[in-house]
Design a binder for this molecule. Structure first.
Ligand code: ADP
Ligand code: MG
Length: 386
């Protein structure tokens, strides 16, 4: 009997997958698309972006370039994103020529923190206390209303803690407003965090969903330092985090992958921190930990192929390598790090190492998550991380 593809239209090998963005996530998406038999084109403003060596074609253009986004889509069977700040008009222009997954309407909600929080709140997902603000005065009254130390976050274009400022009292409002570039923002009550975690969900256009076990994430100064899969978290937390993430992916009807970042408070409550409609730093561990990497899963999802297995077959931890590591005169001790058991290195091929810039990561596998974390930290020290 012939299969009826009424709800399923797989994009078959030989086709070209387009990626809006050519950073490290785009590079790894492209590398996962290759063994599945796809060609890959991307659009990025930087001609020496991390993905440049693994693409058939790089369109060098800004993320608001409507004509180039359309040109990319014309040569592709499907277009996806590795970064959420692509202009909605560019996504809509691409969608005239090929399916864009996740779609412009999903990106429009996620790329604005205020819109994202409104959507989450409206759909009944748990959020920490926050206010929206459009001036220093509104920040001051928000801090007053929230009643304690706050984090002011620009509504658009923040990443790795950029576009954020701490503000303890209303008198800090003006400095915070200036620090974030005097832009519309959200003011969040600073929470006492017991832990942070994230959950990756993949969803196909027809609705098939696959959820990964939660990752436990450790941030330093707003940047992910290390994480481990599976996150050693209470069973109740694992269950709740999984259901929240699945619920968000289904309510958004996302096509592709979605990562939900969550805060766990000392009292055991979970709050959604933010959403990412793309592969995520905290799931590089799945390259080793799981039968299906997040990148292969994203390609399967956007090409409408059956999703792969998501269970952990080997606990794995990650340590991010930031540009600071390249600042000194001494070379990285890569041989010492790779001599340790179970350790792997992934460098992103970025030309310029700026402080705080993600340049690569280490992975370490082990029998338990705790041991994997200890190993990856030892590897980072061996490499030269202080
Ligand atoms: P980014 O887009 O830069 O990842 P996030 O909103 O995720 O921005 O913030 C980065 C990190 O800052 C979080 O992972 C967490 O460690 C810390 N943080 C952010 N908001 C809060 C909050 N309301 N309370 C406590 N810590 C927070
Ligand atoms: Mg974050």
């Amino acid at each position: 009997m012939r299969t009826c593809y009424l709800f399923s239209m797989p994009i078959l090998p030989g086709a070209t997958v387009g990626i809006l963005g050519g950073g490290q996530l785009g590079r790894m998406l492209a590398m996962a698309a290759r063994p599945l038999g796809y060609n890959v084109s991307a659009l990025d403003p930087d001609p020496s972006c991390a993905a440049r060596f693994v693409l058939n074609h790089l369109h060098t253009a800004p993320f608001h370039d409507v004509a180039e986004a359309a040109a990319l889509a014309r040569e592709c069977a499907v277009v996806t994103v590795e970064i959420e700040k692509v202009a909605v008009a560019a996504l809509e222009a691409a969608a005239q020529h090929a399916p864009v997954r996740p779609g412009p309407e999903v990106l429009a909600v996620i790329q604005d923190r205020a819109a994202q929080k409104r959507w989450l709140m409206g759909h009944g997902f748990p959020l920490g206390a926050y206010r929206e603000a459009r001036s220093a005065e509104e920040i001051a009254s928000s801090i007053q209303a929230l009643g304690g130390p706050c984090i002011v976050k620009a509504a658009r274009e923040g990443y790795d803690g950029k576009g954020q400022a701490r503000a303890s009292t209303p008198s800090d409002a003006e400095a915070a407003w200036q620090a974030i570039g005097a832009r519309p923002c959200v003011v969040e009550r600073a929470l006492h965090l017991e832990a942070e975690c994230s959950v990756l969900v993949a969803r196909r256009p027809g609705g098939q969903v696959a959820v990964y076990p939660p990752s436990l994430n450790v941030h330093v100064n707003g940047v992910l330092e290390c994480c481990v899969l599976p996150g050693p978290l209470p069973t109740k937390t694992v269950g709740e985090a999984t259901e929240i993430a699945r619920g968000i992916a289904e309510a958004l009807r996302i096509e592709g992958v979605l990562v939900v970042e969550l805060f766990l408070t000392a009292g055991g409550a979970l709050y959604v921190n933010e959403l990412a409609p793309r592969p995520h730093n905290s799931y590089h561990t799945a390259d080793v930990a799981c039968a299906t990497s997040q990148f292969e899963q994203a390609i399967r999802a956007v090409c409408d192929l059956p999703l792969g297995e998501t269970q952990v077959v080997r606990p794995t931890a990650l340590f991010n390598l930031l540009g600071d590591l390249w600042a000194g005169d001494s070379p990285l001790c890569i041989d010492r790090a790779l001599a340790l058991p179970g350790v792997k290195l992934n460098l992103y091929g970025k030309r310029v190492a700026r402080p705080g810039r993600k340049m690569g990561h280490l992975l370490a596998e082990a029998d338990t998550p705790e041991e994997a974390l200890a190993r990856v930290r030892a590897a980072a020290r061996a490499l030269g991380v202080r």
